[in-house]
Each structure stands twice: as C-alpha cells, then as structure tokens.
Design a binder for this molecule. Structure first.
Ligand code: TPP
Ligand code: MG
Length: 410
C-alpha cells in the first residue's frame, strides 16, 4: 500500500469514528447534528440575579440543551470556593498596592467561571489556565501562595504542573490552548480517559492559535473543553471591535464541534453545562466550546485605567449580577445555607487571605541567572549571549560596590 493510500484509509477511519460519535451524541438528545452543535437560542441561565431558580420555560430550555440542577454538595462546595475566590482576588489587589506583588489580573466578578472550571474536572484531568485564572488554579487544589508566586515576578511559576495536572498560567494569548490540545492528543493515543479544559478570554478568540487549537481538536476528535470567559473586554478593546459572530459559542460549529453559551455569573448553570461537557468529552463525543457570558469588574491589571474606555454605569449594571451574592441568596432560600454556615465560610476565606499575606511578605532570594535556565531544554545562542552580558554587568556592579565599601572603610 502506498503512503497516500494508507493515509486515505486512515482518513476514512477517522471520519467514520467522528461520525459514529456524533450520531451517538445526537441520538442521546434526539436532535439533529446541527442542533447539537449550535448553541441554544438563549444562554443557559438557571438562577436569576436575585437568586431565584428559573422554571424550565423561563430558562428557555430546548431539546438537547436542558440541564439538571447539580447536587447540593457540589453547590455548597462551589459557594465556599466563590467566597474564598472573591476574598483572594481582593487580598491580591491590596498586596499589589502594598508593593508585595508586581501585578495581578483580578478575576473579581468572574469567580463563578473560575470555580466551575475547577470543580467540573476529575483529579486525572488537566486544566490549562491563563494569567487571569489564579482562582481556578487555587480551586483545583494548588496551594494559594504557590499560585500567586508568579505575580511577584521572581519565578516562572510557583507550582509543579505535573503534580496537579494544571499547566502554567500563560500570558502569551492562547498558547495554553495548543498545550491543552497536545496533552489531549497524547492521552488519546495512550488510551487514557483524560479530559482537558483549556481556558481563554473573548479577545483571545481572535488569535491564530485559537483557530489552530480548535481545528486540530475537532479533526482529531479530542476530549477538550474550550472554556471562553467572555468578560467583554480585551484590555481596552470591547467585544464589538473583536467579533461580530452571533456569539463566541457559535464559532464552534464552524470547526464541527458543539458550542454552548451560559450565564457566566450563575455558578449553578456553569456547573450544569461544564459537568455535562466533561462527561460527553470523556465518553468520546469530541471537543466542545463553552462560552461564559461574564464581566471584568476591575481594571485589566493594576497597570490599566479602565475609566478611560468604559462607563461606570456599565460596571454598576454588572455589579447587580454579582455571582457570589446570587449564589448566597439561592442557597439561603433553599435552606442549604444559614448564618453559622456563612460565618464558617468567611472564617475560612480570612484564613486563606492571611496565609497569602504571610507567604507573600517573605523576601525570596533570587538568582538572576535562573532567568535563562529552563526556557529551552538546550540554551539558544541568544540566551547564552544575554546570560553572559548579565553576568558581566553583575560582576561590574559587585566590583564597584566592593571598592565603594573599601573607600568608606567598611
Ligand atoms: C499573543 C499576545 N498578544 C498580545 C498580548 C497582550 N495582551 C495581554 S492581555 C490582552 C487582552 C486579552 O483579552 P481577553 O482574551 O479578552 O482576556 P482577559 O484579559 O479579558 O481575561 C492582550 C492583548 C499577549 N499577552 N499575547
Ligand atoms: Mg476579555
């Protein structure tokens, strides 16, 4: 058999496998392939901003896009993580103002997305986060001080990705999607049932790497959830200048994968949609794109002045949809949360905040040459040259300091 004939046979096998899996997914929900892939007409929202569970009719549920309310234990755990996440976001912003952290891209307002992204995964699954997803990484179980080390700016990352199945928080937009797709491909070749959740923002969906990651995942039928947090801005660029697609979830169908959009401030809906997405991906239904409709309540980072590109009335509108208050109202109304429970959760959040204050107050000795190690397995000539330049500069600094000390008679 020639190479090309061999390829053709493999291509046919692959197409047949994809079609089988799609048919199975479609049979499960009793809808057409197009209706399976297209997001529901309305975003999935289960609990309204006042904390009231919406009826099925109010949810706008459609065949194939109906979701059960997650179990009480999962909801209570989610609320605790929401409260801790909010406290951590605000603590970190304070640490930046005190000069204890160099930068912090806060997810204040996006905590429901952060928490659901972590809770929907099993231990052996993988998460690939961005710079804004520190709360998701922490919710996955990584030590908070280790997570925040990267924002102090003295090391590439504070945790071991292999220990927690969490990639390093990436700043170059959408590189993490490709890392995630690669891990999912490897897991599939090894016959493991690992699911990968790869995260990005609304602005990042305009990147070339976004296209490559989604297309590869769809063609190779990989178990990846692309979780897009649409917080309406890419620094100062509003969504309308970024995309005119009906929604970011609609981008999925162009690749041949299913897309869903969900209220990103409703942790109940997020858990319901992501739990099912993970289950489907694990069963072999291929990749999915979930768009969470949320809002970045604070500036992009401390280096940004958001009053220059958005109205305070817009921010106030979203404050009324706060994910933490919404969940508290819902759980209290259902009798799952009382004052004692709330106090215990608040105390836990305070303990985490104080752990961060202590952990990030330590001055860590840094070795400047470490900047050049671990970037590539084999150092490039450019890095070698830069490393030598730095060594020379440091040696001259030390010599100058020495002679100054001698002159001062130290
Ligand atoms: C490849 C690349 N291009 C540009 C940047 C500069 N940059 C950093 S954050 C950002 C905005 C990203 O917006 P979005 O994807 O919506 O994520 P958000 O910050 O809102 O969470 C840009 C353009 C970058 N980090 N990487
Ligand atoms: Mg954004």
């Amino acid at each position: 058999m020639t190479i090309s004939a061999n390829h053709t046979a493999q291509d046919q096998d692959r197409t047949a496998a994809v079609e089988d899996a799609l048919t199975e997914a479609v049979t499960k929900f009793g809808i057409t392939a197009e209706d399976y892939m297209l997001p529901a007409r309305h975003q999935i929202e289960m609990v309204d901003p006042d904390g009231r569970l919406k009826s099925r009719a109010e949810q706008g549920a459609e065949p194939g896009h109906e979701y059960p309310v997650p179990g009480d234990d999962e909801l209570l755990a989610a609320y605790e993580h929401l409260v801790v996440g909010r406290r951590v976001n605000d603590q970190n912003s304070a640490l930046v103002r005190q000069g204890r952290m160099a930068v912090y891209p806060s997810s204040h307002g996006q905590e429901a997305c952060q928490v659901a992204a972590a809770l929907c995964l099993s231990k052996s699954d993988w998460m690939f986060p961005t710079y804004r997803d520190a709360v998701a990484v922490m919710t996955r179980g990584v030590d908070p001080v280790q997570v925040m080390t990267i924002f102090r700016g003295d090391w590439h990352s504070g945790y071991d990705p292999l220990q927690h199945n969490v990639g390093i928080q990436c700043t170059p937009l959408t590189t993490q999607l490709l890392h995630g797709v690669g891990v999912a491909h490897a897991a599939k070749l090894r016959g493991e049932d690992t699911v990968v959740l790869a995260m990005c923002g609304d602005g990042a969906t305009s990147e070339g790497d976004f296209h490559e990651a989604l297309n590869f995942a769809a063609v190779f039928h990989l178990p990846v959830i692309f979780f897009v947090q649409n917080n309406k801005y890419a620094i100062s660029v509003p969504l309308a200048h970024q995309s005119v697609a009906p929604s970011l979830a609609h981008k999925a169908v162009g690749y041949g994968m299913a897309g869903e959009r969900v209220d990103g401030n409703d942790v109940v809906a997020l858990l319901a949609v992501l739990d099912r997405a993970v289950k489907l991906a694990r069963e072999g239904s291929g990749p999915l794109l979930v768009e969470a409709n949320t809002y970045r309540m604070q500036a992009h980072t401390n280096a940004d002045d958001d009053t220059r590109y958005r109205e305070s009335s817009e921010v106030a509108e979203w404050r009324a949809k706060d994910p933490v208050n919404r969940m508290r109202a819902y759980l209290t109304d259902r009798g799952l949360l009382d004052d004692d429970g709330e106090v215990r959760i608040r105390e836990h959040a305070e303990a985490v905040a104080s752990q961060l204050r202590e952990g990030l107050s330590e001055d860590v000795p840094v070795e400047p040459q470490e900047l050049f190690r671990h970037v590539f397995a084999r150092q490039t000539p450019q890095l070698k040259e830069q490393s030598a330049l730095l060594a020379d500069e440091l040696a001259r600094d030390a010599a100058a300091q020495n002679s100054a000390d001698q002159e001062a008679g130290k």
